[in-house]
Design a protein around this ligand. Structure first.
Ligand code: MG
Length: 228
């Protein structure tokens, strides 16, 4: 079985999220006028305060996003109007968040691998693989919402082995871009790993660097050469 991270592994996430964020803010401001969105540090402070009140905010990032909108639109009355805008904004954000450009070769590689392996998704984000055509090649998808936790914690991996009879950590390969959330997390459980390193990052962990790749079109061959 092969499990995949999504953001920054199947597509470049920064342009996607930046555009989704920008267009959602613009949509909100078209209705309510200027909103002081604050800095990234403000966001982190608000997030921390929200998590203190409701621990599920740490892994329910859709709820987090709605709560942040609600706080930023605190001045909008009546509350029913504010809630309506929050829901509309979130819907728009989620739809824009799925306007991704897959890295070259992703579709072909996934299709090929699906003939030989059970494929699954393990993501901390709220993109839904089943909203894309290639979703049909994946047997399961576990986000932080389902895992009620985030990688590098083990919940995603524990959920993954529950999806298929006879699968345990010994017969999984996990593929992802993040040295900690993907590679260290899987390594700690004895899961084989393959690091997607298309940005030529330095290996920064104190265990041996796993195999790496940067071109999706070579993935089926790499897997058959190194893991079979
Ligand atoms: Mg990632």
């Amino acid at each position: 079985m092969i499990t995949f991270d999504l953001d920054d592994t199947l597509w470049d996430n920064i342009p996607t999220i930046t555009k989704a964020e920008f267009e959602t803010r613009k949509w909100i401001e078209n209705q309510v006028g200027f909103v002081d969105w604050g800095t990234f540090e403000d966001f982190l402070d608000i997030r921390e305060a929200l998590i203190k009140d409701d621990a599920s905010i740490a892994w329910d990032i859709s709820k987090l996003r709605k709560e942040i909108f609600r706080i930023k639109l605190d001045h909008i009355q009546p509350e029913s109007l504010r809630d309506e805008i929050v829901e509309g904004a979130f819907e728009l954000f989620i739809s824009k968040r799925h306007e991704v450009t897959f890295y070259e070769g992703v579709e072909g590689a996934i299709q090929k691998l699906s003939k030989k392996y059970i494929l699954g998704v393990l993501t901390n984000g709220n993109a839904d693989i089943y909203k894309f055509d290639i979703g049909r090649y994946f047997k399961f998808s576990i986000s932080s919402l389902e895992a009620k936790d985030s990688k590098p914690n083990r919940a995603h991996f524990d959920e993954a082995i529950k999806q298929v009879d006879g699968i345990n950590f010994d017969n999984i390969l996990h593929i992802g871009d993040h040295q900690i959330n993907d590679i260290l997390a899987a390594f700690n459980l004895g899961i084989e790993t393959l690091w997607f390193n298309n940005k030529d990052m330095e290996w920064d962990q104190d265990f041996t660097k796993p195999n790496e790749f940067k071109e999706w079109k070579k993935l089926p061959e790499i897997i058959s050469n190194k893991y079979e």
